[in-house]
Design a protein around this ligand. Structure first.
Ligand SMILES: Nc1nc2c(ncn2[C@@H]2O[C@H](COP(=O)(O)OP(=O)(O)OP(=O)(O)O)[C@@H](O)[C@H]2O)c(=O)[nH]1
Ligand SMILES: [Mg+2]
Length: 450
């Protein structure tokens, strides 16, 4: 994950002053030195680092004034605020309130334009109920059109292509969208190894003809510092409207994300977090800052839960829990929903403070835990799943054998399940109390059912 080292270093720096009632001038100085080094090491542009540290230092000098927070807390607050600012301040949308949105993807070869085009189409279709069209205007790289067509098929979104020059493809594509009542048009363009005049001319031509609502520059975050120069050139040539940073899931140091906005003053709008079609997220400066500073990213987790978990399914579960008819079969269905959120590590990483929980070594988390639980439940008979009370010791032995897991794990799972049901019973009682129903209903509706 990007920012891992930066995050660790900043958190270590902060924890040194966290408990202090007073922060001396030399504490601040030392802290600024460490922040500076941490940022440089994360590959943030040195000018950006200088400016950032200067701003924090200036603000940190007067921190005794506020009464509600300790000086140390105030410094953390300042660092957080400045980090949010550095990342762009507020979240920027890629949707205009217009009948038809047109988006043009530009960028160097291999940056992730085509992949992001597919991801974005899926995202606006799913989350915004748009009717997207992908236009394949990269006619240079063999198989580029095919690649987009394959992605289109995968996410069930139409792809337009005719065997003509790029500008003609785009013109006819727009006509096709109009005729077919499609309202979110994404144009995938060609990439080059380096910025060259020919490519820029072609992109400019399309831009002038189409006048797109968005020109998104797709930048590979793995290339580090160089991305700042690339962004600068593209912006000078085409006046881009925003940036998509891809491959933030890799072991990039993340410095590019922290530099681009302040240097070209164009917002990062989206981030690519993986190769799958679902791995595109809006970029939220605030959440990213709190993730970096170890304050967790609960909002993203909640959003992910909301978009990945089937609402009807969740409602059904909720009723079962309240009626106390929840079985191991339901439990299994629930596990499958949670698995859609990502790996256990991903989920834990988004919870505040988890990163540095004492005794929790993230590298030791066993991703297979879900699989083991599944195996155990699958080794139960239907009757046992529906009525766990009948699972006596001989049955437990059989289940352990069948699933290939130690008997202790079977005991543990059944015990946890029992406890869960007890808890639900209590909640159920509360829910039947009319006065409390509303508040708790909301709680259940908006969160994971267990
Ligand atoms: N891990 C990861 N891989 C990504 C991400 N975005 C794109 N990729 C991968 O990067 C590679 C290049 O992506 P493309 O979408 O083909 O890039 P492009 O900009 O269209 O490339 P050209 O058409 O050759 O200019 C592919 O293997 C993608 O799967 C991301 O967010 N994370
Ligand atoms: Mg491409």
């Amino acid at each position: 994950m990007a920012f891992e080292n930066l995050s660790e270093r900043l958190q270590a720096t902060i924890s040194k002053i966290r408990g202090k009632g007073k922060v001396s001038e030399s504490d601040v100085k030392e802290m600024m030195r460490e922040i500076r080094l941490a940022l440089l090491e994360a590959d943030v542009n040195f000018k950006v680092v200088k400016e950032f540290v200067k701003k924090i230092s200036e603000r940190a000098v007067g921190v005794e004034v506020m009464k509600s927070l300790t000086p140390a807390q105030q410094i953390v607050k300042i660092v957080n605020e400045e980090l949010v600012e550095l990342l762009g301040g507020q979240t920027e949308e890629v949707l205009k309130n217009k009948k038809i949105n047109t988006v043009m993807m530009v960028g160097l070869q291999g940056a992730g334009k085509t992949t992001t085009a597919g991801k974005l189409a899926l995202k606006v279709k799913k989350n915004n109920k748009k009717r997207p069209l992908l236009i394949a205007a990269d006619i240079y790289r063999p198989a580029a059109v095919k690649q987009l067509q394959t992605l289109g098929k995968q996410v069930d979104i139409p792809v337009f292509y005719v065997d003509k020059p790029p500008l003609e493809i785009v013109k006819e594509g727009l006509k096709y969208a109009e005729d077919n009542n499609l309202n979110y048009i994404i144009i995938d363009t060609a990439g080059r190894l380096h910025i060259d005049e020919l490519l820029m001319n072609e992109l400019r031509e399309i831009k002038e003809d189409v006048n797109p609502d968005e020109i998104l520059l797709v930048v590979d975050s793995m290339i580090g510092q160089e991305s700042v120069n690339i962004a600068k050139s593209f912006n000078e040539e085409l006046e881009i409207s925003g940036i998509v940073l891809t491959k933030l899931d890799g072991d990039t140091r993340g410095g590019a994300a922290l530099s681009i906005k302040s240097i070209i003053n164009k917002p990062i709008k989206l981030v690519g977090m993986g190769e799958k079609m679902n791995d595109l997220e809006d970029f939220h400066p605030e959440r990213m800052a709190s993730r970096i500073l170890g304050m967790g990213d609960v909002l993203t987790l909640i959003e992910k839960a909301q978009s990945s978990i089937d609402e009807n399914e969740a409602k059904k579960m909720q009723e079962k829990m309240l009626n106390q008819t929840f079985t191991f079969e339901d439990f299994l269905a629930q596990l499958n929903q949670i698995k859609k959120l990502g790996s256990i590590k991903d989920i834990l990483g988004m919870l505040p403070g988890m990163g540095k929980l004492k005794g929790l070594d993230m590298s030791k988390i066993d991703e297979k835990q879900f699989t083991y639980i599944e195996a155990i439940i699958q080794s139960m008979t239907v009757e046992e799943r529906q009525n766990p009370d009948i699972i006596n010791v001989p049955r437990r032995n059989r289940i352990a054998k069948g699933s290939g897991r130690p008997i202790s794990e079977v005991h543990k799972l059944i015990k946890q399940f029992d406890e869960m049901r007890k808890m639900m019973k209590q909640f159920g009682g509360l829910m039947n109390n009319k006065n409390k129903r509303k508040g708790l209903g909301k709680f259940f509706g908006g969160s994971l059912p267990f």
